[in-house]
Ligand binder design. Structure first.
Ligand SMILES: *Cc1c(COP(=O)(O)O)cnc(C)c1O
Length: 393
């Protein structure tokens, strides 16, 4: 006999990737492989490439790959750098740091500006670049949202800070594309990196690198290998060349459906606004729970620097709370990745296919769990979230 549980029913996954995949997207992918040499699939692939450029806000180049976010990092690195080239990595958490490490392992001379769990400071960037009078720094690299800390960088401000320095601006938008504003061309981003399984609402397995003419002009570098060469993919005509071999057929159907939902049905501005509102609801709940010195608090103090796709927080007893919400409510919360005390930290994702009901479910389960486990928390968390959601759009 099992003990009574309230976890039956549709699970709620509030982890920051892979994010929930809409049933429509799953159904679109659920098909036998068609003829990969036929025109239909080639045309669909081209349409998806066009949609992906709309999503990024660019008329530039796009190279798709089969792989996850780490693969996209490597793809960009293999096209940007010669061995020993200098890169400046601005990090605000685990992902920025491990991106820098991966580039180092590829043979890039990585210099770090580490901002802890604060957003990258444009003034510090400007100071550093002003001292690089020889223009040795080839690229400035930054995560738009660092998914571990929930910090959001101000990309236009960083671009401004670069002034006339010739370095390329390379942005990891894996946790932000389709969640937070991105206008690659208008903002002067040279290289943009993302993957299918977060804001794009698709299963993991494909990733994308968009790049400007200025980045393209770098040509093939000493690190460019045939598989990762972005020129070959961006300039492809035959379907297999886009993907360096067999195309990820089912994923192309999934992407087509998901991008239609984002770009053509809901609309990108509405999608960004939805993410921002859901994020504010989570912040309001956490602020209320933190009243009275309970020790519960958001990891990022400045609301302007908070991510719209994921919220990191300190909750004493977070590990027990996550276990409780999963076992008793069917609600899975994100681990406190990279936190000072991971056992007392967690993350709530509001990323991709997420609505107010799902966010209230996550917050409600948390509040129930805090009551059940005796975790001290200020009153009115759910009410505060509901008030935010009640605000006119
Ligand atoms: C998830 C994520 C990655 C890594 O992506 P994987 O698909 O896990 O390889 C890199 N950067 C950011 C900002 C992410 O959110």
């Amino acid at each position: 006999m099992n003990a009574m549980s309230l976890a039956a029913g549709r699970p709620v996954i509030a982890i920051p990737g892979p994010s929930p995949v809409p049933d429509r997207v799953l159904r679109a992918a659920h098909r036998a492989s068609p003829d990969i040499y036929g025109d239909d699939l080639a045309d669909l692939n081209l349409a998806v490439m066009t949609q992906l450029k709309r999503l990024a806000g660019t008329q530039g180049h796009l190279a798709p790959y089969i792989g996850n976010g780490h693969a996209a990092w490597e793809a960009a690195g293999a096209n940007l750098f010669n061995p020993g080239d200098q890169a400046l990595v601005l990090s605000s958490g685990h992902f920025g740091r491990s991106w820098g490490q991966q580039m180092e392992q590829m043979g890039v001379a990585v210099e770090r500006l580490d901002f802890g769990s604060l957003p990258a400071d444009p003034d510090r960037l400007a100071d550093r670049l002003a001292r690089d009078t020889a223009g040795a720094i080839k690229a400035v690299m930054v995560c738009q949202i660092d998914t571990a800390t929930g910090v959001m960088a101000d990309i236009p401000a960083l671009r401004d800070a670069m002034g006339d320095h010739p370095a390329l601006l390379v942005v990891d938008a894996i946790a932000s594309l389709g969640c937070a504003p991105m206008m690659m061309d208008d903002w002067g981003v040279d290289v943009l990196i993302s993957a299918s399984q977060k804001g794009l609402m698709c299963p993991p397995g494909t990733c994308f690198v968009w790049y400007s003419d200025k980045a393209a002009a770098r040509g093939r570098t000493g690190l460019t290998t045939p598989y990762w060469d972005w020129h070959a993919r961006a300039g492809a005509e035959a379907l297999w060349r886009f993907w360096g071999g067999t195309p990820p057929v089912q994923q192309i159907f999934a992407l087509d459906e998901a991008l239609r939902m984002i770009l053509d049905e809901e609309g990108l501005f509405a999608v960004w606004a939805r993410h921002a509102a859901l994020a504010r609801a989570v912040w309001a709940a956490v602020d209320a729970w933190g009243e009275g010195g309970t020790g519960i608090r958001l990891s990022v103090e400045d609301p302007m620097a908070r991510a719209s796709s994921v919220t990191a927080m300190v909750v004493p007893g977070a590990d027990a709370l996550r276990a409780w919400t999963a076992a008793h409510c069917g609600v899975t919360l994100g681990i406190g990745l990279g936190a000072e005390q991971p056992e007392n930290a967690l993350r709530v994702a509001h990323m991709g296919h997420a609505n107010a009901g799902m966010i209230l479910a996550a917050l409600g389960a948390m509040q129930a769990g805090m009551a059940a486990l005796g975790i001290p928390h200020g009153p009115g968390g759910l009410d505060a979230a509901a008030r935010v959601l009640a605000e006119p759009a």
